[in-house]
Design a protein around this ligand. Structure first.
Ligand code: SRM
Ligand code: SF4
Length: 652
């Protein structure tokens, strides 16, 4: 395998020195990719076997097809086989989901999944809980309903992100979606494996491929492609690791562009015509606790590229990472490490070799803003769009809150397409204004709030990854823990006199960073059972990395850790200064000093001990609904209700 590996690398080599990795042993996954015959085996064989799960090699290849083998970690019993199940992820550039696909996913979730659909942080949908025997039907159904899962996971280009707001009167948005689609196409695996395995070889007629993209894929820059390979861009070994791209417009950072391996920003002229793109590269968030050589990193500005050359530049950057990314150590394999190790100048030089000419300097850009596009909005062509907030992206039905049913009814009745947002929400668009009230009524009837001002604002701007019970890498809870955490933070803020304050809070069950916690103003990163690393100081528009404040905070100690910080913030913030900006301005050392000398209750209206009372499930559900409706925390609702009730007793 080693020889073949070196040969391929040499074929791709330009004038630069051979990559240092050539002298070290490639990681195990490189061999699995080589043996897979372009992503066919062992999946093609094992999918036909009557088993509950795949072999380790097949699991690695299955990822490229958009599915992860998982087990329900709540059901683990020592000595018994795991409760194996599969997660299936869609690849939907710019988060675009046609109505037919949404309805198919909704049915699949009920028939084969865990009755929920999950909107992801990269504008995809995930189904969880699918058994191996149903995996083929699930993936085939997605393909036949205009979707795809090919390349949603694995060592290749992942879902290409783009701003979700479906504006029809802002040409720059149209360009962002078009190029997100085209770049996704450019970098789609060309192997026949996907259709062979999931559709028995039947090729589905999908939208015609853009001929410019097709030509660009075959065009050899200086070593960007492998001739006569089933995979002209990727070759036998695909990428060293996942590769993430976004295309956005100046000022719109709904896509968290600094966290991407490659970010393109549409540059138009005064007439609104596309001229080219500013290019950033080298962002990435995954890290491992106590391994300083792994870190979150934000992307650097690299260059400007004219629109005619954009595919060639994307290929040049992909080829640079493909050939020089570290294939010996998967923890050091992302593009961010290559750029960190080389520096931007060397990276640019190598990219230019593949590109075949010098790149142009980066163009100045306006300030970035973060938008979530929730609520009712004009889309610019007389129609409306409606952004619906989804807690941690989980679309499900509960007793008094039937989000899944409501979305199905609305999509079905009005045949509405969806754009998923990078903050795990959904936007329904192309809505005829005449249907506004009827749609509003469906959501109201099902207990879903459409007015974003009526949502608890900490929840609105928060994100949490799935973590337990599905994620095999979770160290602790995230999605299931965040409602309680936000509730406690709201109570704490109210008590220290920061009643309507809100900021970006993100939580993950491990340091991989799937909900991008390192860009949050307040981030929680699982570091042990019920224990989190706390990160402070990201910006409200996600342009700055946060910093680790505490490594291990037990969840029970949340108030002890956060109260002094909030009190300090209240006391010393500048006018309109956000929490993250404050933490960065004063610095973590100053915050630590304040916290160390902080005496709860000394003139700061500090929080007293928290008391816990259990409520029955049915009361909890009603309470949750009432609190959401009133835009209050559950604690506040209980507090007022009990005060009222107890008054009768103290009076008698
Ligand atoms: Fe992620 C692995 C979920 C976005 C960094 N991610 C995983 C896996 C597949 C766990 C595994 O490998 O066994 C998780 C499946 C959990 C489950 O039960 O569903 C998982 N990642 C997710 C999603 C669903 C989180 C969410 O809350 O929505 C997101 C799916 C996006 C999509 O549609 O493609 C998701 N993951 C991200 C992001 C954010 C982003 O891409 O904008 C990151 C940080 C950015 C980055 O890549 O640097 C991210 N996920 C990781 C990593 C660390 C990668 C690294 O470079 O170290 C892993 C682990 C790995 O790859 O080894 C990982
Ligand atoms: Fe799993 Fe960790 Fe990603 Fe959360 S951040 S989904 S725990 S890999």
């Amino acid at each position: 395998m080693m020889n073949a590996f070196l040969r391929i690398l040499k074929t791709a080599m330009v004038k630069s020195a051979p990559p240092p990795i050539a002298s070290r042993k490639p990681s195990k996954v490189e061999g699995i990719k080589e043996r897979s015959n372009f992503l066919r085996e062992p999946v093609a064989t094992e999918i036909l076997q009557d088993t509950t799960h795949f072999s380790e090699d097949a699991v690695q290849i299955l990822k490229f097809h958009g599915s992860y083998q998982q087990d329900n970690r709540d059901n683990r019993v020592k000595g018994q086989e795991k409760d194996y199940q599969f997660m299936v992820r869609t690849k939907s550039p710019g988060g675009y989901i046609p109505p037919q696909l949404y309805l198919a996913l909704d049915r699949l979730a009920d028939e084969y999944g865990n009755q929920t659909i999950r909107a992801t942080t990269r504008q995809g949908f995930q189904l969880h809980g699918i058994l191996k025997k149903n995996l083929k039907t699930a993936i085939a159904t997605i393909i036949k309903n205009l979707g795809s899962t090919l390349g949603a996971c694995g060592d290749l280009n992942r879902n290409v992100m783009a701003p979700p707001a479906p504006f029809k009167n802002k040409p720059e948005y149209e360009y962002a979606w078009k190029y997100a689609n085209d770049i996704a196409q450019l970098l789609t695996p060309q192997t026949g494996a996907y259709y062979e395995i999931w559709l028995d070889g039947e090729k589905v007629i999908s939208a015609e491929e853009n001929p410019q993209v097709k030509a660009a894929r075959q065009r050899n820059g200086k070593g960007t492609i492998f001739h006569n390979s089933e995979e002209p861009i990727y070759g036998t070994y695909y990428m060293p690791r996942k590769f993430k791209i976004c295309v956005t417009v100046p000022g719109d950072n709904s896509v968290d562009l600094y966290t991407q391996d490659l970010a393109l920003v549409v540059i138009t002229n005064e007439q609104g015509e596309l001229e080219g793109f500013d290019v950033f590269a080298g962002g990435g968030l995954g890290r491992t606790h106590n391994k300083e050589e792994t870190f979150a990193r934000i992307a650097d500005p690299i260059c400007y590229v004219a629109k005619e050359d954009v595919y060639d530049l994307v290929k040049a950057i992909v080829a640079t990472q493909r050939d020089y990314g570290d294939r010996t150590d998967r923890r050091h394999a992302r593009l961010k490490y290559l750029i960190h190790d080389w520096g931007v100048d060397k990276f640019r030089l190598v990219v230019e070799e593949y590109f075949g000419k010098a790149v142009e300097p980066f163009k100045p850009l306006p300030e970035w803003k973060y938008h979530d596009f929730l609520g009712w909005n004009e889309q610019g062509d007389g129609k409306l769009f409606l952004g619906i907030s989804i807690n941690s992206g989980r679309i499900k039905d509960e007793e008094n809150f039937q989000l899944k049913t409501a979305l199905r009814e609305v999509v079905q009745q009005y045949n509405l397409p969806i754009r998923l947002t990078p903050s795990q929400d959904v936007i329904l668009f192309d809505i005829d204004p005449e249907h506004k009230q009827a749609i509003e009524d469906i959501f109201n009837r099902r207990g879903v709030i459409t007015n974003p001002d009526r949502i608890e604002q900490l929840t609105r701007y928060s994100m949490a990854c799935p973590a337990l019970p599905t994620c095999g890498l979770a160290i602790t809870e995230s999605e299931r823990a965040i409602p309680g955490i936000l509730e406690r933070i709201r109570t704490l803020l109210n008590k220290v006199g920061l009643k309507n304050e809100h900021f970006v809070i993100r939580m993950t069950g491990c340091p991989n960073g799937c909900a991008r916690p390192y860009m949050a103003e307040l981030g929680f990163v699982g570091s042990g059972p019920e224990t989190y690393q706390v990160w402070l100081g990201g910006s409200p528009n996600q342009t700055r990395l946060a910093q680790a404040y505490v490594d291990k905070m037990h969840v029970n100690d949340l108030e002890t850790y956060l109260e002094p910080i909030f009190v300090f913030f209240k006391k010393s913030r500048r006018k309109s200064e956000s929490f993250g900006d404050f933490c960065t301005r004063v610095g973590l050392e100053t915050i630590r000093n304040f916290a160390n000398s902080y005496q709860p209750g000394t003139g700061n209206k500090a929080v007293k001990a928290r008391h816990r009372i259990t409520v029955r499930d049915e009361v909890y559900e009603v309470l949750k609904e009432v609190a959401a409706r009133q835009g209050q925390s559950m604690t506040d609702v209980v507090d007022s209700a009990l005060k009222l009730y107890l008054k009768n007793f103290s009076a008698s």
